[in-house]
Write a protein that binds this ligand. Structure first.
Ligand code: CTP
Ligand code: CA
Length: 226
């Protein structure tokens, strides 16, 4: 499917976007998840396509539909998401907006866990692969790698440390503490952290954040400071 526009500042560019939560199975009928709706990642993919990019959209089980015109790869777990991201390369840029679970259940059951004399079963966890960090150090790393940092406190400090730890180019940081209403809402208020420093954007809709981010990606790939 050739959905890319012939025109626009991102024409001819392939951009990888991850979005949504991941689900980590406990047994065949239960899983561990998080509150990500996939709204911001979906809006970013749509905004990139509006500027002419061809988008591969790797998504966990999101509550909003994927953007029309993208190549959609549906995954469930973080481990599946990493494999799908690696399969989607090469790309000119990668925007990893997914809310990836940090752990998976090592002793997930192959049949439904039943109540019984044993009481509540113990779950044992192992850390998931870090997709952003892995991609940032890959031999076929996209020239521009963008991560997100959803924090509830000390947002800039945590996000700046995260950028260094992951080895990505930009981190889009936001405060998702409940009082902000950002998690699950239609608005976002982000600070973009680059090598040059932090740039705070005003509060705006998630669609407007997506459009501004897509413009910044286009400028960076064109070699322009923005
Ligand atoms: N991320 C990822 N793979 C993971 C965890 C996170 O690719 N296993 C990515 C997210 O998509 C996001 C960025 O890393 O772009 C930051 O995610 P975050 O959860 O804030 O970072 P963590 O390193 O998991 O740190 P924390 O302990 O704060 O959760
Ligand atoms: Ca995390």
């Amino acid at each position: 499917v050739e959905a890319a526009l012939a025109e626009g500042p991102l024409a001819g560019r392939h951009i990888l976007v991850t979005s949504g939560p991941t689900h980590e199975p406990i047994d065949p009928v239960r899983y561990i998840a998080n509150r990500s709706s996939g709204a911001q990642g979906t809006a970013i993919a749509a905004a990139l396509m509006a500027l002419g990019a061809r988008v591969t959209f790797v998504t966990g089980p999101a509550s909003v539909p994927p953007p029309a015109g993208a190549t959609v790869i549906r995954v469930e777990t973080a481990r599946e998401m990493l494999a799908a991201v690696e399969d989607a390369l090469p790309a000119d840029a990668a925007i990893l907006a997914a809310a990836v679970a940090d752990w998976h259940v090592v002793n997930a059951a192959t049949s439904k866990v039943k109540k019984g004399a044993g009481g509540m079963p113990a779950l044992h966890f192992a850390e998931n692969p870090d997709i952003l960090r892995t991609l940032s150090h890959a031999p076929n790393r996209p020239p521009l790698v963008v991560g997100f940092a959803a924090e509830t406190n000390d947002v800039i400090a945590h996000a700046t440390a995260k950028r260094a730890r992951k080895g990505c180019d930009w981190i889009v940081a936001n405060d998702v503490s409940p009082a902000t209403g950002i998690m699950g809402g239609t608005e976002n208020e982000v600070t973009v952290i680059r090598a040059e420093g932090a740039e705070a954007w005003p509060r705006m809709t998630k669609d407007a954040v997506a459009r501004r981010l897509a413009q910044a990606v286009a400028a960076a790939l064109a070699g322009n400071p923005d």
